[in-house]
Design a protein. Sequence first.
Length: 161
Amino acid sequence: MTQSYTDEFVDNSQLAGTPRQSWLSTLAKAPASEVLRLWEGLVAPKSQVLRPAETGMVMVRGRTGGAGNPFNLGEMTVTRCAIRLATGETGIGYVAGRDKAHAYVAAVADAMMQSSVWHDQVRDGLIEPLQQASDARRDVLSRKAKATQVEFFTMVRDRKA
């Protein structure tokens, strides 16, 4: 495997995270249209809204060279929501943009994933299809980038003259 420049500065073992971080990331990064389409096929339990979907701003941080000193890149719009299922599990949803339905579905799906009763249904009907679609999009972009890769080489001249 090829190591990138930042691999020597970043501990990649910290990037794996917990299973909950993984499904929250999948829900947040997926297009709202895909999330809502797949959500229609699931049966959601009764839930109480703890924090209705609301839109706000967050500061996006960057790092010089990907691993250097942090700096404020700018602000971005996010929508968040928090719910509690009738069985007691609490779910949160944070999504980029202003789609309140996307944030609500992410929160309910998060709570359902924490429940042994609903976990398999949500994983099989929502999380895995979203992850597969994300992997397919990443694969297409990777192939396009690979097709434009340029190989550089140098010729060594003999200087014994």
